[in-house]
Design a protein around this ligand. Structure first.
Ligand code: ADP
Ligand code: MG
Length: 240
């Protein structure tokens, strides 16, 4: 058993490097090179088949590519970024109390952040060892600060995250691997452009960024130009 566990990450890494990125080649989660804890979490939530946006985005996300993704509400964008976040941190051993913050997921509203966090808990709660938390206000800044310095994955709203980046001395983002901007169109509609720009300024340039939105607007492509590097455009238009 021990031997097989030691080999899991190198084998996953090799399979990820060999992923077919040319067409939508994977229809079932079991066909993808995913860790056992993630597969167990997906199974427990009864997810077996990928949605269209997941089919396009997950192989690219696993491969470390920047993604600009557009697909309407209800198309399954949450797993399209959460699975790459979980897997890429897992394969890099970026997990545990000393690993620091590896991924930041920015959401426009507290309610949506809580929803993302619930999905992360459900999918990530079957053997993964990461520490994740919400930073959305509603608790004292001190309480959030103390939790934040131990997190590997944070789900946050823009204003509150910027407050921590500018005020929490012990909060180190130098090792951040992945940034997700979910519902980017709503983030911009709600007037968070400057906050997001300021957050991005704090983050390492050498990172993976995934930006998802329900609609493609000029503002979204402007934000993408500032935050993404040579992104893959993944847009799914379903028939009404
Ligand atoms: P979006 O962010 O695009 O609006 P969500 O990620 O919130 O979409 O997903 C919408 C719904 O679809 C949720 O109820 C979610 O549980 C479900 N869902 C997501 N992916 C799958 C899947 N692969 N198989 C079955 N249901 C899924
Ligand atoms: Mg969503």
């Amino acid at each position: 058993k021990r031997k097989r566990d030691d080999n899991e990450i190198p084998q996953l890494q090799k399979a990820v490097e060999e992923l077919n990125l040319e067409n939508a080649a994977y229809t079932r989660f079991a066909d993808l090179p995913l860790s056992k804890p993630t597969l167990a979490g997906l199974k427990a939530s009864h997810f077996t088949t990928l949605t269209d946006i997941q089919t396009r985005a997950i192989p690219l996300g696993l491969s470390g590519r920047d993604i600009l993704g557009a697909a309407k509400t209800g198309s399954g964008k949450t797993l399209a970024f959460l699975i790459p976040v979980l897997e890429n941190l897992y394969r890099r051993h970026h997990v545990g109390p000393d690993a620091g913050l590896g991924a930041m997921i920015i959401s426009p509203t507290r309610e949506l952040a809580i929803q993302i966090f619930e999905v992360l808990r459900n999918i990530g709660g079957h053997g993964h060892m990461f520490a994740a938390g919400l930073v959305i206000g509603g608790k004292s800044l001190i309480e959030e600060q103390n939790a934040l310095v131990r997190m590997n994955i944070v789900v946050c709203t823009p204003g509150r995250m910027l407050q921590h980046l500018s005020q929490t001395a012990a909060f180190n983002v130098d090792d951040l691997q992945m940034l997700v901007l979910d519902e980017a169109d709503r983030i911009l509609d709600m007037g968070f452009q400057r906050d997001v720009d300021a957050i991005v300024d704090y983050l390492p340039k050498d990172r993976q960024t995934m930006l998802f939105s329900a609609t493609q607007t000029k503002k979204v492509s402007d934000l993408a130009r500032l935050s993404l590097k040579d992104p893959e455009y993944v847009s799914v238009h379903q028939e009404a």
